[in-house]
Write a protein that binds this ligand. Structure first.
Ligand code: SF4
Length: 698
């Protein structure tokens, strides 16, 4: 029979940005499994991660006591450090001692180097309340804007383009709007794997008769539902999108009334597009001109067309340009602001939208208000009762460089794993080992925690109350289902204990108190309250008053730009930072797997998920495997200018000639050892979707 359940606890899935609502089924303080609830983003559906991915919180490797590095154990010495046995390198400590050592180390750096000697990485996996308090500690306690999180490796370039052109970095419509679309474009995104429940809405829209156009260098399961699959050459997005827009202009398919009434700078774009005929771009894109013409016509003449994009667009040195093109495509055809239309950069992490909204980023205060604006800054200084640095802080990869240059000497990292997720990760790990004080707050002895001076055992999502914001701008309520193990503590408590040691007099007894403060400093959610969310479970922002139901569709009349109009920003061709050559002739692209989440710290400790994809593989075109004279399953050595790894080959007909794909979740073959840390100049995102490698039989 079915297992007896002690209690049901309603919450939200902690993995991807879809934000499926679920019910934890708990027995003896353990989560046995989860059931989907009728949330606005999932209507009862869950993917394999949301259903089976929760035993990580009960994993025996869970940290349950504060740890301090043992005297004499060098930070670079991580050989032989076993996450199951941290005591070879660390000793257990009381909370009081660990907090004091951590704070004193960071305060010493501040005294020696000034506030700019410190930095903090927060987390898109925690709650809005945790992200907000963390950035408030860094800004008002550390005294610097050097605070960032994984958005820098995610949609930072998309947000840069959206803020510049349409004045708002979030999506213009929820993904459920596909119910009203007749054309759906999915570009640089693999939603069947990374947003599986969102993908179910796309499939059902196709069943109803919508056309699905997928544009990606790699084949994907969702292409079985696509009416058009354009397998472009890697890194050719600007060429492809400009050629689509060239066709739309030449064939008179632009929406002239929309352009006249709602946009600016179209003439400059029109002139710029002259040189981008599909024929002129064919060598770059690898796509036949007639296919470009067909999809351009489909998109422009659709009654309602919507665009979804992912990391394949954002993680390039031309990531901001890629998004500028997608925005221009929507604006010139008037495919925005109406039902079934819109711009939707699918958010990866469950709370990357919310963490960014509450200012876990170095250039903005909450609600994307510039930290450099003296009026805005003054308002926050009054409200927070502390001075704020008038300069923007450094971003993720810039912080790594600043450590190498000796300017940053102390860091506090909460729930991020840069020793796995950063590009050129050997360089990033060296940086972590160079810090005078590294404080890491996490569930496990992650690859990053291995370099720490002090480790705080933190709380997992199913152990806490808090709000998160999904890709659809839906703020949702999560609830504690099980108690904390051992001496692990709530992250909100830990942050406040650190704040106290930085002289900050805070009093937040419950996440509700932090959420109340959020609604006071963020106009976008001023109609929300903890009680309302607790009652309704989910409310979409902008939400301006307690009786505002929330606004799923935005840009219906005007854009939140200074002129109220959308801006066309032409994009030129920019080559990838590192192109293949004789020594490194193959292109490497990286990404996620359905079963494993990001750096694997959670899902690889989840028995069912790890059993499905238990070991690292490189996805290779079958012909490449044949050329190497090996069999699928044999080991190969993959090298780049930055490092190498040994990994099993998997034949994958979806990977085009000259390309390989490695998921970045496996510590034993960390893909980011190979990747390039060259940055997009606007979004400061690294080009982890393109670098040059060599593949040899191992
Ligand atoms: Fe969780 Fe995303 Fe899967 Fe939904 S689609 S169950 S939010 S991982």
């Amino acid at each position: 029979g079915a297992p007896a359940i002690d209690r049901d606890v309603d919450s939200v899935c902690p993995f991807c940005g879809v934000g499926c609502q679920l019910t934890f089924k708990v027995r003896d303080d353990k989560i046995l499994f989860a059931d989907g609830r009728d949330g606005p983003a999932n209507q009862g559906r869950l993917c394999v991660k949301g259903r089976f991915g929760f035993d990580y919180i009960h994993n025996p490797e869970r940290l349950t006591k504060p740890l301090i590095r043992k005297a004499g154990v060098a930070k670079a010495d991580i050989e032989g450090l076993d996450p199951a046995n941290p005591l070879t390198h660390f000793r257990e400590a009381s909370w009081e001692e660990a907090l004091d050592v951590a704070a004193q180390g960071l305060l010493k750096v501040k005294a020696d180097k000034g506030p700019a000697g410190l930095a903090g990485f927060g987390s898109a996996k925690g709650s809005n309340e945790e992200a907000y308090l963390f950035q408030k500690l860094v800004r008002t306690g550390f005294g610097t804007n050097n605070v960032d999180h994984c958005t820098r490796l995610c949609h930072a370039s998309s947000v840069a383009a959206l803020l510049e052109t349409v004045g708002s970095g979030a999506v213009s419509a929820p993904f459920n709007e596909v119910e009203n679309s007749d054309v759906i474009v999915v570009i640089g995104s693999n939603p069947g794997v990374n947003h599986p429940v969102a993908a179910t809405y796309f499939k059902n829209a196709v069943k109803r008769g919508a056309k699905l156009i997928i544009i990606d260098p790699r084949g994907q399961a969702l292409s079985r539902y696509a009416t058009h699959m354009l397998q472009e050459k890697p890194g050719s997005d600007v060429a492809l999108l400009n050629s689509m827009m060239h066709v739309i202009v030449k064939d008179g398919l632009t929406d002239e009334a929309y352009i006249r009434d709602h946009t600016e700078n179209f003439e400059a774009l029109k002139t710029h597009l002259e040189d981008f005929s599909p024929e002129a771009m064919q060598e770059r894109t690898g796509i036949a001109p007639e296919q470009i013409r067909e999809v351009a016509h489909l998109f422009a003449t659709a009654k309602a067309a919507i665009i979804f994009w992912g990391m394949g667009i954002s993680q390039h040195v031309h990531g901001t340009d890629n998004s500028r093109c997608l925005i221009s495509l929507s604006l010139m055809t008037g495919q925005v602001g109406r039902p079934g239309t819109g711009l939707h950069p699918l958010r990866g992490q469950n709370n990357v939208q919310g963490a960014s909204d509450v200012a876990l980023i170095p250039m903005f205060l909450p609600d994307y208000q510039s930290v450099e604006d003296p009026v805005i800054r003054g308002r926050f200084e009054d409200f927070w009762g502390a001075k704020i640095d008038p300069n923007q802080g450094l971003t993720v990869v810039e912080i790594t460089e600043a450590i190498h240059h000796g300017t940053i000497r102390g860091m506090y990292i909460m729930g991020e794993n840069p020793a796995m997720s950063d590009p050129n990760v050997t360089h990033a790990r060296e940086a972590l080992s160079m810090l005078d004080m590294l404080v890491v707050q996490d569930l496990f002895l992650t690859e990053t925690a291995a370099y720490a001076d002090v480790i705080f055992p933190a709380s997992a999502w199913p152990e806490k109350d808090g709000t998160v914001t999904n890709t659809n701008r839906q703020v949702q309520m999560g609830r504690a289902a099980v108690p904390l193990p051992g001496e692990a503590r709530q992250d909100l408590w830990i942050i406040q204990q650190m704040a106290k040691r930085f002289g900050l007099d805070w009093q937040y007894d419950h996440p509700r108190d932090v959420f109340d403060e959020l609604t006071q400093v963020m106009d976008s959610i001023k109609g929300l309250s903890w009680d309302r969310l607790d009652r309704e479970g989910s409310v979409t922002y902008p939400c301006e008053s307690p009786d505002d139901p929330g606004q799923p569709l935005i840009f219906t009349d005007a854009f939140p730009t200074p002129s109220g109009r959308g801006q066309f920003v032409p994009a030129s061709l920019v080559s990838p930072d590192e192109t293949p050559d004789r020594e490194y002739p193959v292109i490497l692209t990286t990404g996620r797997l359905l079963e494993h989440w990001h750096t694997g710290s959670m899902t690889r400790r989840s028995a069912v998920l790890d059993a499905v994809e238990p070991e690292p593989v490189v996805h290779m075109p079958p012909a490449m495997i044949e050329e190497l004279g090996i069999q699928p399953g044999d080991y190969v050595k993959v090298s780049s200018r930055r490092g190498h790894l040994k990994i099993r080959a998997r034949a994958d007909g979806g990977v085009q000639a000259g390309l390989i794909f490695i998921p970045f979740c496996y510590a034993e073959a960390a893909a980011n050892v190979l990747t390039n840390d060259a940055l997009d100049p606007f979004g400061k995102i690294a080009e982890v979707k393109f670098c040059a490698v060599r593949v040899e039989a191992a």
